[in-house]
Write a protein that binds this ligand. Structure first.
Ligand SMILES: NCc1[nH]cc(CCC(=O)O)c1CC(=O)O
Length: 306
């Protein structure tokens, strides 16, 4: 292969992530011509409705997958947390890069953290997962929708529309905006989205040449962790209609997984955790999903699925 074309969304974060992948590929293969194919997706264009209302997370992938199907791109770079649990048939994840910071960040001009917010303060986030965890901790807060790319969301905070917002640390760091982080929201109390902080490269299943080339960027420990987190979400039939959070940590060959299912409406949270062998990441994810359902998560999943 002499040339590799990488499809990407056009947001500053997506472009940063794809440039990062391109730079690593150029370093690994000095003779390879790596080109970016920037595309707009429906998820980027429709900003006035929630993702759940316009069809879920696959919306950030569709146009990129079409470009691969048409032979206009050889692979696509995604934030793995935006990749649906079931890929479209004919596609595969050729590489999952070493994870950056997995945590969410609390961002505010005047306040130090969730617990420091005054009664009735207004927090911006459109993520049901973030809303559910905020509600559980501070039932008095007013939660308002906030969509758009990272820079747009920060601009709305700066304009005074919200007292605080919640974003992923990884995205802020990649854009050189880590000085905006007032507090990290940490486990076990606060959990991130499954696979948050991990970048994935998708290609056509069976494109052995591209898969072989891209496999040098795969990070096995990250893959193990996100496999457990995504297996848990899949077993819960997770989508962006349901607040699901998960975090796996690997110590040697032991894998530890914490998960939660919430209700964005009333702040109920169900939590579960388990530990297992790193070689059985999927089974561990499924067992935590099972434990969540046993603890009453089914009721929460059912109440939002209708
Ligand atoms: N939902 C958009 C999105 N997808 C991935 C990231 C952050 C980067 C990552 O998780 O790798 C973000 C922004 C955010 O949630 O603040």
């Amino acid at each position: 292969m002499e040339r590799l074309r990488i499809a990407t969304r056009k947001s500053p974060l997506a472009l940063w992530q794809t440039e990062h992948v391109a730079a690593r590929l150029r370093a690994a293969y000095p003779g390879l011509r790596v080109e970016l194919v920037p595309l707009s997706t429906r998820g980027d264009e429709v900003l006035d409705r929630s993702l759940a209302a316009i069809g879920g997370k696959g919306l950030f992938l569709k146009e990129l997958e079409v470009a691969m199907q048409r032979g206009e791109a050889d692979c696509a770079v995604h934030s793995l947390k935006d990749v649906p649990m079931e890929l479209e048939p004919g596609f595969a994840l050729a590489a999952i890069l070493a994870r950056a910071d997995h945590a969410d960040a609390f961002i505010s001009h005047r306040f130090d953290g969730i617990d420091g917010l005054p009664e009735g303060a207004c927090v911006g986030t459109s993520s049901l997962r973030r809303q559910a965890q905020l509600r559980a901790r501070r039932p008095d807060l007013v939660l308002r929708d906030l969509r758009g790319n990272v820079n747009t969301r920060l601009a709305k905070l700066d304009a005074g529309d919200y007292d605080a917002i919640v974003l992923a640390c990884a995205g802020l760091e990649r854009l050189g905006l880590q000085s905006r982080i007032r507090a990290r929201l940490d486990a076990p109390q606060w959990l991130p989205a499954p696979a948050q902080g991990a970048i994935a490269i998708e290609c056509r299943d069976g494109d052995v040449e591209a898969q072989g080339l891209l496999s040098v960027l795969d990070d096995a420990p990250t893959r193990t962790c996100v496999e457990a987190e995504r297996a848990m979400n899949r077993a819960l039939h997770g989508s962006c209609h349901v607040p699901v959070a998960a975090l796996a940590r690997l110590e040697g060959m032991r894998l530890h997984l914490q998960g939660l299912v919430g209700s964005a409406g009333d702040g109920r949270l169900v939590r579960a955790e388990a530990e297992g062998d790193a070689l059985s990441a999927v089974a561990l994810g499924e067992s935590v999903a099972h434990a969540l359902l046993q603890s009453g998560a089914g009721e929460l999943l059912g109440s939002v699925a209708e």
